[in-house]
Every structure is written in C-alpha cells, then in structure tokens.
Design a protein around this ligand. Structure first.
Ligand SMILES: *Cc1c(COP(=O)(O)O)cnc(C)c1O
Length: 430
C-alpha cells in the first residue's frame, strides 16, 4: 500500500472505536497465512488475536478456501425467502448435531450483534405469544453482546457508554459481575444478589442474557461454572428463558466445544458467530428449543418477524460447514489444551511484574490485566517491532491465537508481552 492509500484511509475511513479527527495509526496488511499476517513492507507478524476470536484454523486455510471456491462456482448468494439450498441445510444439520440436544431450530443471521438482536426479539415474541407483557432482560455487569441497539442495551453500562444514548436505550437489569473466579472454590453466597433480583423482578423479565463462563470484550473475566448453573436453576424456577451468547466462546475456545458445557447446562436460546466461518466471512446463528420456536410461531404474527437480505448466504454457509467439519475432526481439543498449558507457564509468572495486576488463562485465552491503561499507539508499535500482532485495550493485554499456532510462535507472543510489561513507557500515566 502506498503512503497515498494510507492517507486516504486516515482521511476517509472509519475504523472500530477510532476517531476520524485524530485516528490511531493503522498497519497495512496485504496477506495472511497460517498464523502470520504480512505487512505491505514485507514484515511478518505472528497473530495473537485470531482476528477477534474468529480465525481459529489460521488464515488462508486450503480447505476453507476450497469450500468457498467450490461454492462460488455454484452460486455466491440467493435469497432465503421461499428458497433453500444445500449449504444452509448442511450447516444447520451440523449446528443442531453439535450443540446441546434440546436446541433444534436455527435462525441464520449476518453478524454476532444481529444474532443477539434476533435472540432478544425471539424472547419478546415468545412472551407476547403467551399473552404476557414482558420486556425487560436481566444480564450481568461487565458483559458484551455487540454494538447494535438492543445488544448494546445489555452490554456493561459503563464500558459501552450507555450515557451517550440515554433516553434512547431501554433500561434493563444488571446483576453484579460474577465475583467467584473460574478456578476458585465456589462461594455459596456468590449468587445471592442475583437470586434477589430474580425474586424481585421475575414477573417483568423476558429472559436472562449472558456470556457463559467467559466475559469477553467487557473485561475478559472468567467466572465459576456453578454461577451459570445457579442461573439455569433460577430460570427454571421462575420459567424465564436463558439466552447464552457464545459468539466469542463457541467452537472450542474455552477448552469445551461450548462454554455452557463447563456448567453442563442447556440454554433456551444460543447465539454463535465469530469463529463460525473460521474467520473467513460474516455469519452468525441463533438456535432455539422447539418449545421457543413453536410458541413464537403460535403468536399473533404467526411467525418470527425477522429476515435479513443476506440470510443464509450460501458462500458463508459453505465455508462455515467446512470449518465445522475441521473442528469435528477433534484436533482442537489437543491444540487448545497445549495452548492453555503453555499460556499458563509463560504468563502466570508475569503476576510478579510491577505493571501487572492479574493474569488469568482459560483454554486458548490468556489475559494479562495491567495496573495502568496501555498507551495503545505506543504498545501497538512495540508489538509490531517485536514481530507480533496483539491489540490490547484499556488495562487488558490478551491473547487468543489460532488453534494451529506452533509452540515457537506462541512463545514469540508471550515473550513480547513479558517484555511489554517491563516497559513503563508503554502505559499511560495516572
Ligand atoms: C463480538 C461479540 C458480539 C458481536 O458480534 P459482531 O459480529 O461483532 O456483531 C456479541 N457477543 C459477544 C459475546 C461477542 O464477543
């Protein structure tokens, strides 16, 4: 890319959570293969992010490429209204087979946020069909569910700046962030506040929505599976729907195929996205029980009122199907276990560093929480100079590499983090 291209980018193109007036620098990537991103000046960076949880099999994967090439030769897209096609049927068969048995009906959507919108609309229509007006959701602080309005309304109010949209966002109920950590002994009182909220508000609640076990972009926190089990029990007791947002955690990232398995629970509605296509295309899915689907379909509208233009996009379905086929060969289990072991041995000792407040590892996720916020431009440059792609935010430096990463490449990532936390100049003064 020429300097002129980069100047155009800076002047005309929004990037995620980035100022148009005073943008952070962007690095030009021209190719990606395996776990390497190639910059336009030829430098190779080892990828620690899987492009935000998505590229679990690595980049430029021959089987994923082949699946797309084959599908392009048939049709890239055709509308889903009144039409079905082999890639959608194959994908939905796989999703129904690999998710908990009670989840039988699949709604295909175009991104994670839309899958969450769909799940929340389903919960509203479910209660409408049952003749009850229930429009509030209960969720957890420090959660993240996407950037569209309904999704944002259940994100952590501070992290997602609800104050900016005050008066426009619906007011939902926020339980305290789960205090009991994944690895700690279960504290019997850890769900008390939550239980009181259920008792007080259950009659107005449509559903509980949460990220099972791992809270991602809202703080990279791992909480005790027993907490999730309590929530399932409370949803059963008060007959509320449980929506599990596994958009980040789904497909093996936490060491289980789905994070709900840590607690051995089944949600009523499940959202998946991100890694669904192996990081190649945008696609998400919302799965429900037969009861939820039947109830909605028996309501006044007679159907679920949603149908995006690119619903069931054949190209995305074909590559998702191949990505799930790769997962079903089950190499991910050994890969994620090996990544977890190496992350533990390389990152946990960093707890001793002056800049570090906490280190936690679960599955193929490693988090170094620092005492001060990172200077994002400075630390990004430092990591690129170290030959790695790691993008921290706030006080969180974290890794979620592709499952196919080699021990050598993973060591490059953890070494870069160890060096970074030794450099006070990479953190903001407080
Ligand atoms: C990323 C994410 C979303 C939103 O997905 P998009 O594809 O970015 O819209 C929703 N929920 C969770 C848990 C996520 O990590």
């Amino acid at each position: 890319m020429t300097p002129d291209d980069l100047a155009f980018d800076r002047d005309h193109i929004w990037h995620p959570y980035t100022s148009m007036r005073d943008p952070l620098p962007c690095y030009p990537v021209v190719a990606a293969s395996g776990t390497q991103l190639q910059l336009s000046d030829g430098r190779q960076l080892t990828d620690g992010m899987s492009s935000w949880w998505a590229a679990i099999h690595g980049y430029n994967h021959p089987r994923l490429n082949q699946a797309m090439a084959q599908q392009i030769g048939q049709m890239s897209h055709v509308m889903f209204g009144g039409i079905t096609h082999p890639p959608a049927v194959a994908l939905c068969r796989q999703l129904v087979a690999m998710t908990p048995a009670a989840l039988e009906c699949v709604f295909l959507a175009d991104s994670g946020s839309v899958a969450v919108e769909v799940a929340m609309k389903m919960a509203l229509q479910y209660w409408q069909a049952r003749g009850e007006k229930r429009q509030r959701f209960l969720t957890l602080r420090n959660g993240y569910h996407g950037d569209t309005f309904a999704a944002m309304s259940v994100c952590d109010p501070q992290n997602s700046m609800h104050s900016l949209y005050q008066g426009y966002l619906p007011q939902h109920l926020f339980a305290p962030a789960p205090s009991c950590r994944f690895d700690d002994p279960w504290q019997p009182d850890a769900a008390d506040a939550l239980e009181q909220m259920f008792a007080r508000h259950h009659q107005e609640l449509a559903a509980v929505i949460l990220e099972p076990v791992v809270q991602g972009a809202g703080g990279m926190r791992f909480y005790h599976p027993h907490y999730l089990r309590r929530i399932r029990e409370l949803c059963d007791r008060y007959q509320l729907l449980l929506i599990a947002d596994e958009i980040a955690t789904g497909f093996g990232r936490t060491g289980k195929l789905f994070a709900c398995e840590h607690a051995e629970i089944t949600p009523d509605i499940l959202c998946v996205g991100k890694a669904l296509t192996g990081g190649t295309m945008t696609l998400s899915a919302t799965l429900t029980t037969r009861l939820v689907a039947d109830t909605i379909s028996g309501g006044a509208a007679g159907c679920f009122m949603h149908g995006p233009t690119f619903m069931g996009n054949p190209l995305a379905c074909a590559v998702a199907s191949e990505s799930l086929a790769i997962l079903n060969e089950n190499h991910w289990q050994a890969q994620v276990a090996a990544i977890e072991a190496q992350l533990r041995s390389a990152l946990l000792p960093l707890k001793a560093a002056a800049e570090v407040a906490d280190v936690r590892v679960l599955g193929a996720i490693g988090v170094v929480e620092t005492r001060r916020a990172v200077d994002i431009a400075a630390i990004q440059r430092f990591f690129v100079d170290q030959g790695v792609w790691i993008r921290p935010f706030g006080r969180l430096i974290y890794l979620m590499p592709p499952y196919v990463i080699t021990p050598q490449a993973l060591a490059q990532l953890t070494t870069a983090i160890a060096r970074a936390v030794d450099r006070p100049e990479l953190f903001l003064r407080q």
